[in-house]
Design a protein around this ligand. Structure first.
Ligand SMILES: Nc1nc2c(c(=O)[nH]1)N[C@H]1C(S)=C(S)[C@@H](COP(=O)(O)OP(=O)(O)OC[C@H]3O[C@@H](n4cnc5c(=O)[nH]c(N)nc54)[C@H](O)[C@@H]3O)O[C@H]1N2
Ligand SMILES: Nc1nc2c(c(=O)[nH]1)N[C@H]1C(S)=C(S)[C@@H](COP(=O)(O)OP(=O)(O)OC[C@H]3O[C@@H](n4cnc5c(=O)[nH]c(N)nc54)[C@H](O)[C@@H]3O)O[C@H]1N2
Ligand code: SF4
Ligand SMILES: [Mo]
Length: 715
């Protein structure tokens, strides 16, 4: 019986929906609903967000540290024993093989736990290991690569709330509630508000998505052709002279070199290649550049998971640069920093920093660091390839690499070969099952938290932040801990000092979670205690930040056409390419497109009792005309193959998908070698992807969308 209500916010995705929760007599989470008085998210909450009580109270939830026994079963062990044994093993590995033998992988569950979101990195740094991996480099790290190659405008792009236009390349924020630049605080309402004030929406997506239904201009190309499409758009804009001439003169470097490199991408060539009408391509250029003066282009996983992802992001930013779509001198910075420190935003370019060209190089593939981390595309090789620096121990924090990392067979082989695999995880996931130890965390409503503050300007486009106390109790008798506690306890046993956002933690007496959060929030314009008292968060707009004039002496420019980008464009346009694509097309006539499901988050949430019937499996979506041509009926089993592997999945009709394209969500299926029923377990799309071929330069991003596949009905 529900006895008490409390306010909090959901931490399953970037939406951060403000919610009202009810608690039962034991202070356990009973219900979750959208908070209609929430100033940010205006009452929105999705089905899986409201299903959180099922996760918190699940009989399947891991509530004690588990140790894998020689027979493969898991036994609960006392926390002290688990920590002693793990620390002893880590210590022995460090002594025998050095810090490079210890690595970490951080996933979504860790990013959305603010007290812990840097702890894995900080633990590895304290141990002297450079081997931090995360889901970022199998997601949208092309954005970091693009910033590193083109340069940075400190005040950022034109915000959604002020633009006359917003261009979406391969994202579906009305379902994913996650997209750089889109206002995802109740995305449907925010989109309707923006359209009501006259904002034009452009969508480029092989599927007529929930978001695309609102588009003023919609391109439905083959996936994997964004580089050509974007090159074509810039080609048209420069040819017509629709760019922002003043901004270009002042800030755009190598504009002529870019123009030359884009010469092959004529509208006719691009239209043929991406299979879109040339007139529609022109229309997108018109709506974005000719008819609008402000408003940015942005993207999400569509282009960032397809071949040429780094180039695609570079070209998106080129579009913004040539059209001058940045917050200008004298204008307010939308979110200048609430938890993160504020810094001067000048109207000038920070020249391309190319971070990865300095410092550490990986032993596999000679990659540099992206945002201080190694690319997850080489994780399996770092574990499997013998030699000095081979990874022998891995800590997985809030992630499920056995499901999430492309080339499932190879990553699972790697995880199985580890001398020590420790996973901080609430459920018996595929990765947990391969682990030597599983350490159970508190779940979201049981812990104090802040929004995912490292991306705070994506969560809210206003200077807003919010604290939540723990509102619910963990299950009676449970041995769960806030995630960061595990890192502190292990560090202490190894004699290491954790530096949390530059502040040394007390390693003798364990701090509280609030103390840890307060360290991260120490630059906030208000005291942490004040933040804690604000039940629905705080708008920290007492001192709006205006963009300062740039240094008149500054000669810094955006690098529109650095050598590597020019080489990638030349490669894309090379004449042999057409022929080889035609040959591939004969063997693999469809193209695969990534997609997400509304009621699941990657590999999580789909097994909750109320969600299960809504997403029984990861169906392969096909256009009904393609199904008819292949003789495939709704619900039949098909074999989906790429040049890297094959899976069996259930076919489902999706008239919104363009012909020639098939689409299937990731995060399903069983471990390699184990039986899996495609109708009840689904299958892992990561078996269709090679981790050693087709990797991007710089961030080793695998090719996860836009690749050729074949679909055959299984009789
Ligand atoms: N083929 C293919 N592969 C993909 C993608 C794709 O589109 N296609 N998408 C990629 C992308 S964008 C991403 S971000 C990655 C995701 O990669 P991961 O983050 O590694 O995968 P998830 O399935 O999201 O795993 C999150 C885990 O966190 C756990 N968790 C939930 N709450 C908590 C908590 O409070 N604390 C802790 N410690 N854990 C918690 C969940 O149970 C779950 O097991 O997958 C990538 N892989
Ligand atoms: N409900 C739900 N929400 C989620 C998640 C989830 O699993 N479920 N996952 C979370 C995570 S980890 C992330 S990273 C975000 C991702 O957020 P989004 O990137 O918005 O995810 P999707 O909804 O899959 O949208 C990707 C779109 O790209 C299109 N696409 C595929 N290939 C191409 C291509 O080559 N070019 C173009 N132009 N389009 C292409 C697809 O048709 C699809 O509509 O979502 C987050 N939110
Ligand atoms: S949209 Fe995201 S933040 Fe909002 S309720 Fe759903 S999962 Fe939670
Ligand atoms: Mo992601």
């Amino acid at each position: 019986m529900a006895t008490r209500e409390a306010l909090s916010f959901c931490r399953l995705c970037m939406g951060h929906c403000g919610v009202v929760v009810t608690l039962d007599d034991e202070q356990r989470l009973a219900t979750v609903r959208g908070d209609h008085e929430d100033p940010q998210t205006l009452g929105y909450a999705c089905f899986k967000g409201m299903a959180a009580p099922e996760a918190h109270n699940s009989p399947e939830r891991i509530v004690h540290p588990l140790k894998r026994m020689p027979d493969g079963s898991f036994q609960p062990v006392p926390l002290a024993q688990a920590l002693e044994e793990i620390a002893a093993k880590l210590g022995a590995t460090l002594a025998a093989h050095g810090p490079e033998a210890i690595a970490g992988y951080k996933g979504g569950g860790a990013f959305f736990t603010s007290s812990s979101l840097r702890m894995l990195n900080e633990f590895l740094a304290a141990a002297g290991s450079p081997k931090a991996f995360s889901s970022v480099t199998i997601d949208q790290s092309a954005k970091a690569v693009a910033a590193g190659r083109i340069g940075i405008w400190p005040a950022g792009r034109d915000p959604f709330g002020r633009g006359e236009v917003f261009m979406i390349v391969g994202a579906n924020p009305l379902v994913s509630v996650s997209m750089n630049g889109f206002d995802t605080r109740n995305p449907l309402k925010r989109l309707k508000q923006a359209k009501a004030r006259g904002m034009k929406l452009i969508v480029i997506d092989p599927r007529r998505t929930e978001t695309a239904r609102f588009a003023d201009a919609f391109l439905q190309p083959l996936p994997g052709e964004d580089c050509a499409i974007l090159a074509g758009l810039i080609h048209i804009i420069l040819a017509e002279g629709w760019q922002d001439h003043e901004f270009c003169a002042r800030y755009a470097g190598d504009l002529d070199a870019l123009r030359a490199a884009l010469a092959p991408f004529t509208p006719a060539y691009v239209a043929r290649r991406a299979d879109v009408p040339e007139a529609e391509l022109r229309r997108v250029a018109e709506v974005f550049a000719r008819d609008s003066r402000r408003g940015a282009a942005s993207s999400a996983t569509g282009p960032d998971m397809s071949p040429g992802s780094n180039l695609a992001e570079h070209l998106i930013e080129c579009l913004n640069v040539i059209c001058g779509r940045f917050v200008r001198e004298g204008e307010t910075v939308p979110h200048p920093g609430a938890i993160l420190p504020r810094w001067p935003r000048k109207a000038e370019v920070i020249p391309a920093p190319r971070w990865w060209e300095h410092g550490y190089r990986s032993r596999i593939g000679d990659f540099g660091l992206i945002d201080g981390e190694l690319p997850t595309g080489i994780l399996a090789d770092e574990i499997l390839a013998p030699g000095a620096g081979q990874v022998r121990a891995l800590i997985v924090h809030g992630g499920n690499p056995a499901s999430a990392v492309p080339d499932q067979e190879r990553i699972v082989e790697a995880l199985r070969s580890l001398e020590l695999l420790v996973t901080i995880e609430p459920f018996m996931t595929q990765t947990a099952r391969l682990s030597h130890y599983v350490l159970p965390p508190t779940l979201q409503y049981e812990r104090a938290d802040l929004p995912i503050f490292i991306y705070e300007n994506l969560v809210s486009h206003d200077p807003y932040t919010r604290y939540t106390p723990p509102v619910a109790r963990a299950p009676a008798g449970a041995g769960v801990q806030d995630d960061w506690v595990y890192f502190w306890e292990l560090a202490q046993r190894l004699g290491l000092t954790l530096q949390h956002f530059g502040v040394a933690l007390d390693m003798r007496s364990r701090p509280t979670t609030d103390e840890v959060l307060a360290i991260a929030a120490r630059h906030a314009p208000v005291a942490f205690a004040e933040l804690q008292r604000a039940a629905r968060g705080m708008m920290l707009d007492a001192e709006p930040q205006l963009v300062e004039p740039g240094d008149p002496e500054s000669r810094h420019r955006f690098s529109l056409a650095p050598d590597d980008v020019v080489a990638e464009l030349a490669q894309l346009a090379r004449p042999g390419d057409d022929a080889s694509r035609r040959a591939r097309h004969a063997a693999y006539p469809y193209r695969f497109a990534v997609r997400r499901l509304r009621d699941a988050i990657n590999s999580a949430c789909k097994d909750l009792p109320s969600v299960r019937p809504r997403v029984p499996t990861n169906a392969l979506y096909m256009n009904p005309a393609d199904m008819a041509r292949e003789g495939i009926a709704e619900g039949e089993l098909v074999r989906l193959s790429s040049d890297a592997g094959a899976i069996e999945v259930v076919a489902a009709a999706d008239p919104d998908l363009r012909p020639g394209v098939v689409s299937c969500a990731h995060g399903f299926g069983a471990l390699p070698g184990e039986p899996a029923d495609p109708r009840t377990h689904g299958a892992s799309t990561n078996r269709l992807i090679s981790s050693t071929r087709d990797r991007e330069t710089i961030n080793a991003m695998p090719r996860m969308s836009g690749f050729p596949v074949r679909v055959v009905r299984i009789p």
